[in-house]
Write a protein that binds this ligand. Structure first.
Ligand SMILES: Cc1cc2nc3c(=O)[nH]c(=O)nc-3n(C[C@H](O)[C@H](O)[C@H](O)COP(=O)(O)OP(=O)(O)OC[C@H]3O[C@@H](n4cnc5c(N)ncnc54)[C@H](O)[C@@H]3O)c2cc1C
Length: 416
């Protein structure tokens, strides 16, 4: 529900019309939709770099930011949901106007967004960061199973994370947990394998006769392959069974149907195939699934004035869908939007980077990192040769770095 006072504040902004650059203190109005890693960071850096000259309104349907990174530790009973949740007060203290509510549609030509209650909010530039949506139509029965709680995705953190944790706690010792991994591209390539490792660690301690069956639609582990395979063998043999080339085809009652087998399980963690979040779908010009962007500005190829960041974007080659990259893309977009509002040129050679930690047990983690620079000839981001890296092995030191990374990116994105 939208807080009335906030809506009125934002509504009066909308009624004020477009501020002409240079005419007043205001460079213009930027509306940011989605208060996850991408949207929160964009709102923060617009204010940090634009100051009082730019009006920034962040619209988010939830009251609280709940982090997907570290949510696998919650599922494994190592952290509470509270420890990975934060409010938006830090952003408001920076001058970001926060509006709680659901945006239903974008009118790119009219430069407004329409809220669920019909209110329209105007903008000079729009930044969309709606994250992912699920492609449920291709798997009969999956939508119903997720709606009823017979299956859980826990691929958007919050209620689903807690539900999966509760189902694991309630299952019998000697029971079976099924995890299905969709075909890439999906949010966080190493995320399912990290989750498998952490669930297996917990099962070994709490339900030693239980098994975890991981059925992967992909032909192999999608990130940190050799390191995860080593972890499966060294730490999780006898509990975790991993099978590639196994795509979920249907869910019928308690049975999950794969290409070559039917599986009955006590807990079904079925991660659906993914696309850009609903709000960005009008601009999803790549297979109707992802939003192609101009990497100099993050502006959608399909709509002038509409910038898209985070998981909804068609990733450049070698660029995973990660919170770290959503944060980086948001800074790129914030800087470009401010330049465009000023009528000045944007940075012609932006650079973004990524680091992604994964736990293989509650006490050991590993990382993969990469740096990506704009290539003017090909008009895309390219991995910088020799940059980045991969852990030689998982370690306790990297588990501490992973926790530090999370605290830092939450603080950076949310102005904590
Ligand atoms: C289990 C797991 C582990 C992960 N671990 C890592 C990790 O270790 N490191 C890492 O970098 N990344 C990790 N990720 C990936 C990371 O979570 C995502 O890449 C990141 O959240 C993408 O940010 P985003 O802003 O695009 O989307 P989100 O963070 O999902 O934010 C989207 C926001 O938009 C809001 N929204 C959407 N539509 C509307 C609307 N119409 N109106 C109002 N609000 C709306 C949503 O409520 C949501 O808050 C992990 C993901 C998972 C699932």
């Amino acid at each position: 529900m939208i807080a009335r006072r906030e809506l009125l504040a934002a509504g009066s902004l909308a009624l004020a019309g477009c501020a002409a650059p240079g005419r007043s203190a205001s460079l213009g109005r930027v509306v940011v939709v989605g208060g996850g890693f991408g949207g929160a960071t964009a709102a923060r850096y617009l204010k940090l770099w634009g100051g009082a000259a730019v009006d920034v309104t962040l619209i988010e349907r939830h009251d609280t930011f709940v982090s997907c990174p570290m949510s696998n530790l919650v599922i494994a009973g190592e952290r509470s949901l509270d420890q990975i949740s934060h409010g938006y007060a830090g952003l408001q203290a920076q001058g970001v106007k926060r509006l709680r509510g659901e945006v239903r549609a974008v009118d790119a030509a009219g430069k407004t967004v329409r809220m669920a209650d019909g209110a329209r909010i105007g903008w000079d530039r729009l930044i969309l960061a709606p994250g992912i949506g699920f492609m449920l139509d291709g798997v009969p029965g999956l939508a119903g199973a997720l709606d009823s709680g017979r299956a859980v995705h826990a691929w958007q953190a919050g209620a689903q994370t807690s539900l999966l944790r509760r189902q694991l706690e309630a299952m019998p010792d000697g029971g079976v947990v099924l995890m299905s991994i969709p075909r890439a591209p999906y949010r966080c390539p190493p995320g399912p394998y990290e989750r498998a490792c952490l669930i297996a660690s917990w099962l070994r301690r709490a339900k030693p006769r239980a098994k975890l069956l991981v059925l992967d639609a992909n032909p192999e582990v999608q990130s940190k392959k050799a390191l995860f395979e080593r972890a499966f063998a060294q730490h999780h043999a006898g509990v975790l069974e991993y099978r590639p080339n196994a795509e979920l085809k249907e869910v019928a009652g308690d049975v999950a149907r794969f290409e070559f087998e039917d599986v009955k399980a006590d807990v079904r963690n079925l991660i659906p195939p993914q696309r850009a979040g609903d709000l960005a779908r009008d601009f999803a010009n790549v297979n109707g699934r992802w939003v192609g962007v101009d990497w100099l500005t993050m502006q959608a190829q399909a709509a002038a004035g509409v910038h898209v960041v985070g998981d909804a974007v068609l990733s450049a080659s070698g660029m995973p869908k990660s919170g770290h990259l959503a944060n980086q893309q948001a800074k790129l977009a914030a800087a470009a939007v401010l330049q465009l509002l000023k009528g000045k040129p944007v940075n012609p050679a932006p650079v973004v980077m990524n680091t992604c930690y994964s736990f293989v047990t509650p006490g050991e983690a590993m990382h993969v990192a990469s740096v990506h620079q704009y290539d003017a000839a090909e008009r895309t981001m390219k991995a910088v040769p020799g940059s980045g890296g991969l852990s030689a092995a998982a370690s306790a030191a990297e588990a501490a770095y992973a926790l530090g990374w999370a605290e830092n990116i939450w603080a950076d994105s949310l102005a904590l």
